[in-house]
Design a protein around this ligand. Structure first.
Ligand code: ZN
Length: 138
């Protein structure tokens, strides 16, 4: 069995951003040489997410509105966590959107359903953060 590990860094300009990282994962998969197996992609931080959904701008605005209803960024003093940094909302948003995804690799490609794409969801950006891509298989 082959095993391959790579970290990829991000530094978003805005506090919240959704980035389609499917091309990045495909590149790492090519490097790994794995044709049949599994790829795990996870955020290494507790204020950003990895999730799978549609790359459609209207839906991305809907995510932003929905997350702001569930865990509004402001007022900062509504959260007990905000005594050192004002990022309690980012921890909650990350929990809702998830830590990781696992995708099957078949014939050297990501074996997606229709319209599935992998996203990095940043909820407390403007700083360097990384994800882990781990690939196992043959
Ligand atoms: Zn925090």
């Amino acid at each position: 069995m082959k095993s391959y590990r790579e970290e990829v860094w991000f530094n978003t300009k805005k506090r919240r951003e959704l980035i389609n990282i499917t091309p990045v994962v495909e590149q790492v998969l090519q490097k790994s040489g794995v044709k049949e197996g599994l790829v795990l992609v996870n955020s290494m931080h507790i204020t950003s997410s990895i999730f799978i959904n549609d790359d459609e701008s209207g839906l991305h605005e809907d995510f932003e509105k929905w997350l702001e209803k569930l865990a509004p960024e402001k007022p900062y003093d509504q959260y007990k966590h905000n005594y050192a940094e004002n990022n309690a909302d980012a921890h909650l948003k990350r929990t809702i959107m998830g830590r990781e995804v696992v995708v099957a690799i078949t014939e050297g490609k990501l074996d997606f359903g229709p319209w599935e794409q992998i996203f990095y969801g940043e909820f407390d950006g403007k700083r360097r953060k990384r994800i882990l891509i781990k690939i196992i298989g043959e």
